[in-house]
Design a protein around this ligand. Structure first.
Ligand SMILES: *[C@@H]1O[C@H](CO)[C@@H](O)[C@H](O)[C@H]1NC(C)=O
Length: 136
C-alpha cells in the first residue's frame, strides 16, 4: 500500500500521541503503599484528626506532601501497612505561610506528626484503589 505524504504525517503524529499517552500513564500510576486504609467515612471526605508536624519531611515523589515542623495537618486517611512497611497517613497542610500547599492531599509518615485533636472516633476500613496513588 502506498501512502501519500499527509497520511504518513498523520500516522507519525498518532504514533507519537500513543507514546506520550503511555509514558504519562506510567509516571502517574504509582505503586500502592497499602491495600487497605482507615477513614472516617467511605469517601474519606471527613477530617479524622488535626496534627502538628514534629519534623520537616521532604516528599520523595508526587504521592507525598512536604511537611514543615510546626505545621498543622488535617488527617483524612490512615493506610494499613503491609507487615514491616512504614506507616503512612494522608492529609493536607494548612497554614497562612504556605498558601501554595493549601488543599493538596498527600501521604507522609505518621511518625513525623503528633495528633492533637481527634474528631472522628468512628472509622471504617476500606480497600485502597489505584486512584488513591494517582498523581501527576
Ligand atoms: C503531642 O501532643 C500532645 C498534646 O498536644 C502533647 O502533650 C505532646 O507533648 C506532643 N508530643 C510530642 C512528641 O510533641
Amino acid at each position: 500500500m502506498k501512502m501519500d505524504k499527509s497520511a504518513q504525517t498523520l500516522l507519525l503524529v498518532l504514533i507519537g500521541v500513543c507514546f506520550i499517552g503511555e509514558s504519562t500513564i506510567h509516571t502517574a500510576l504509582m505503586d500502592k503503599l497499602a491495600d487497605t486504609k482507615i477513614c472516617a467515612d467511605r469517601d474519606c471526605s471527613y477530617v479524622i484528626s488535626v496534627a502538628s508536624a514534629l519534623e520537616d519531611y521532604v516528599a520523595p515523589d508526587c504521592r507525598f506532601i512536604n511537611l514543615r515542623r510546626g505545621q498543622k495537618i488535617y488527617v483524612f486517611s490512615k493506610l494499613r501497612p503491609a507487615e514491616g512497611a512504614g506507616v503512612f497517613w494522608s492529609g493536607s497542610v494548612y497554614g497562612e505561610r504556605y498558601v501554595d500547599q493549601m488543599g493538596i492531599i498527600g501521604y507522609f509518615p505518621s511518625n513525623y506528626i503528633n495528633e492533637t485533636q481527634v474528631f472522628q472516633k468512628h472509622t471504617v476500613e476500606i480497600p485502597t484503589t489505584d486512584v488513591d496513588f494517582f498523581c501527576a
